[in-house]
Structure formats: structure tokens, C-alpha cells
Write a protein that binds this ligand. Structure first.
Ligand code: DGL
Length: 270
């Protein structure tokens, strides 16, 4: 049994870490497409092709279920993957829905009509491609009414994190939060809609101020995966070992991952 976790680079490790804590006996196969990150400035066809390649590689590791721990791939490619590409015995799930269910205080799979929810001013921080797709607003509209979403495309943040330049990443986060606040001075909630951003969560919190509730995906996705696997134990796959794969430079990616996760992580070439 193994579950696959896919990201354009290092960000999905935030999801992997939360899943590993929640389900310590579950082998996880990680695929970071570091050679092609960031996805956030690519077009939808490109993101689709790269994502399918990564998902297929995770199937080879014995994963029948793959989590796209990448909002950009979830926004730009997931629907096409689910509707037109995936064979019947495999599943690919994204990371938007658990976040939106938490924001709208819904239980897993609650498909009742959209209703008013506690928050009305929400700031969304995401990559340029995720913001352009409007996928977040679309999913939210299925569940909630009267929520004003102001989206901020956070250009450069993923690149800086991938390069290990956290000083630049911090400066960019602060300037993106300022830009958002000029458009929406008092958000009640903020969505970190990119799995790289929890690596800068403290900076987002600090720049937003204590009155803003920050939603970040890792734990929400881990909870919903655990729930999904209880209901679909057949999706556990036949992979036996945890493995970390990258299309980038394994030594460099291992160093960065070890620093972010604060435990030794060794990537192999994908
Ligand atoms: N972690 C990816 C996401 O959640 C980053 C996308 C990118 O590579 O730009 O969107």
C-alpha cells in the first residue's frame, strides 16, 4: 500500500509532512517536478502534460491514489485528468475541496445547496495560474453565498522558495500582503492557496495581523485523506516503500527538503 503525493516542487512536502504525522504507517511516494517549477507561470496544457507525467510515474511506484498537492495543477489540470484521462481503477484528488469545506464549515462531502457562512471577506493568496483559473471561486460558489474573495497572485514566491532564497520570499510575501490589503483592507480570513506558502506561514500571519484567520492546507488535506482511505481502503495501492523522487537535482532538492522538514530526506532521480 502506498499513496502518491505530487507537486511541482517542494511545496507538496508540507502536505506529505502532515499526512505522515496523521498516518505514520502509510508508505508515501513523493514526486517533485523541481526541474519544471514554478508551474504558476505555465499555461494549462503545459501544466496538464507535466502533471500527467508525474502521476504516471507515481503509478509505477504502486500508487493507485495520487494527491495533487499542488493548487496550480489542481486548478489547471485536475478536472481534465478526472474527466478524460484517468483509467477507472485509479484516483487523482486535488487539494482545493478540503480547504473550501473548512472555510465554509462543511463536513466532508456535504453536497447541500450553497448557504451563508461565517466569513464574508476572504483573501486568497495563490500562484498567477491558480488566480487566473478562478477555480477557487468556482468551488466556493457551489458551497457558499455572499463571500467576497479578493485574490492576490503572488508572483515570484515559489521561485524564491525553490531557490532557497527565503529572504527574497519573505520580502515578496510582505509586498503581496500589502497589495492585497490595498484592495481589501480588512479580510476576515486568508487562504494560503499554494502548498509552498505554509513554508512562509509565519510571515503571512505576521503581515496579515492577528485578527485574520489563516487557512493552510496541509492538515486539512491529511484529515480528508485519512477519511477517504477509511471509506476506500481498496485505493491503498500495492507500493510498499516510501520514496522521494525529483526531476531536479537530487542533492540540492534533498538539502532543501531536509531543511524544511527538519529530518533527513533523500530524493532520487525520477
Ligand atoms: N505548490 C504549488 C501550488 O500549490 C506551486 C505551484 C508552482 O509551481 O508555481 O500551486
Amino acid at each position: 500500500m502506498a499513496v502518491g503525493i505530487f507537486d511541482s516542487g517542494l511545496g507538496g512536502l508540507t502536505v506529505l509532512d502532515a499526512v505522515a504525522k496523521k498516518l505514520p504507517d502509510l508508505p508515501l511516494a513523493y514526486y517533485g517536478d523541481n526541474a519544471h517549477a514554478p508551474y504558476g507561470v505555465r499555461d494549462a496544457d503545459d501544466v496538464f502534460d507535466l502533471t500527467c507525467k508525474g502521476v504516471k510515474r507515481l503509478w509505477e511506484e504502486g500508487c493507485d491514489l495520487v494527491i495533487l498537492a499542488c493548487n496550480t495543477a489542481s486548478a489547471a489540470a485536475l478536472r481534465r485528468i478526472q474527466e478524460r484521462w484517468i483509467p477507472p481503477q485509479k484516483r487523482v484528488l486535488g487539494v482545493f475541496v478540503p480547504l473550501i469545506e473548512a472555510l465554509t464549515e462543511r463536513d466532508w462531502g456535504d453536497n447541500s445547496p450553497p448557504r451563508e457562512v461565517a466569513v464574508s471577506n476572504v483573501a486568497l493568496f495563490a500562484t498567477p495560474a491558480t488566480v487566473a483559473s478562478r477555480a477557487f471561486q468556482r468551488e466556493l460558489a457551489f458551497r457558499a453565498i455572499g463571500v467576497d474573495v479578493e485574490a492576490q497572485a503572488c508572483g515570484g514566491v515559489v521561485d524564491a522558495i525553490e531557490e532557497g532564497d527565503l529572504i527574497l520570499a519573505e520580502a515578496l510575501v510582505r509586498s503581496h500582503v500589502d497589495a492585497l490589503k490595498r484592495k481589501m483592507p480588512r479580510p476576515e480570513a486568508a487562504i494560503l492557496g499554494c502548498t509552498h506558502y505554509p513554508l512562509m506561514e509565519q510571515v503571512f500571519r505576521d503581515a496579515l495581523g492577528p485578527e485574520v484567520k489563516v487557512f493552510s492546507q496541509a492538515n486539512l488535506v491529511a484529515d480528508s485523506l485519512s477519511d477517504y482511505l477509511e471509506r476506500h481502503p481498496n485505493m491503498l495501492g500495492d507500493g510498499k516503500a516510501s520514496v522521494f523522487l525529483t526531476t531536479g537535482d537530487p542533492a540540492k532538492v534533498s538539502d532543501q527538503a531536509t531543511r524544511f522538514l527538519r529530518r533527513k530526506v533523500e530524493f532520487r532521480p525520477a
